[in-house]
Design a protein around this ligand. Sequence first.
Ligand code: NAG
Ligand code: NAG
Ligand code: NAG
Length: 311
Amino acid sequence: MAQSRMRCMYIFLLVLGALCLYFSMYILTPLKEEPFIFKKEIGNFLQLPEIDCRHNPPFLVLLVTSSHKQVVARMAIRMTWGKEKVVKGRRIKTFFLLGTTPSEDDTRAVAEESQQFHDIIQKDFADVYFNLTLKTLMGLEWIHHFCPQASFVMKTDSDMFINVYYLTELLLKKNRTTRFFTGFLKMNEFPIRKKFNKWFVSKYEYPWDKYPPFCSGTAYVFSSDVASQVYNVSESVPFIKLEDVFVGLCLERLNIKLEELHSKQTFFPEGLRFSPCRFKKIVACHFIKPPALLTYWQVLENTLEEECPAV
Ligand SMILES: *[C@@H]1O[C@H](CO)[C@@H](O)[C@H](O)[C@H]1NC(C)=O
Ligand SMILES: *[C@@H]1O[C@H](CO)[C@@H](O)[C@H](O)[C@H]1NC(C)=O
Ligand SMILES: *[C@@H]1O[C@H](CO)[C@@H](O)[C@H](O)[C@H]1NC(C)=O
């Protein structure tokens, strides 16, 4: 009798334990961040630039991620590398990518800026650092819908120096037309698992131990067909807020391999000290503030025809 009561008790405890375990798992699950998949149609464009790419299509379109407050940087870019120009007979156009802000003043100012310069591409998503992937995808969507006739696209940032002369020269020399992607190649990068780091990525957001090959988000260049292809697969690739890694995942899915643009380094995501001869032979340099940009650009344009000692 006592033995069977013991057995009952034992079974009861076992069932209770199993139930507890089951419910605790059930309750804890929603605490995890759910892996998130990007959904394409997040709304219509709020601002569109004035360009018809079917007529006189640009050779190169520069897409610059920017935010509402960066008016000074945008003005400096418009006066320097972002100014519409023709290099070796090829047309180059620059546009700025923006999201939305709760500030009504900033919203109005950007709408007016767009009216004046016709170079702003904007959609309805919160303009915050961790929405850079959405911003990049908006740029790719814009190319896909409005400017697939362009030959090449560069995605870059508003604190960069871009030598559009040398970039055009190297792209023409490279002579690639499709499935081309270049920049500062990062072939062996790992997710940062330390919380409080700017680039922290949780195991739920990215469960794998290594990133795919990708190009530094400071500046990368691709043939325009890549825009449509990446945009096309973007919904079926796990979303990650690091936009350059996300594009890398899309390229991996598409089996598009990264390539060097030149045998020497031309992309400088960590910055580079200015000298006229040095900057003549680079494509992109990071950490350039608007006043420096204006000076460096002036010097570059004034010395374009001058010879530099061979290095
Ligand atoms: C990104 O934008 C979307 C759409 O506006 C918004 O729901 C989301 O909260 C934003 N992300 C962050 C990290 O703020
Ligand atoms: C560019 O490549 C094409 C083939 O893809 C070739 O016919 C053409 O001669 C090349 N042009 C130059 C300048 O190398
Ligand atoms: C998009 O993907 C579908 C199937 O996944 C494919 O049929 C289509 O050709 C792709 N479009 C582009 C522009 O790559």
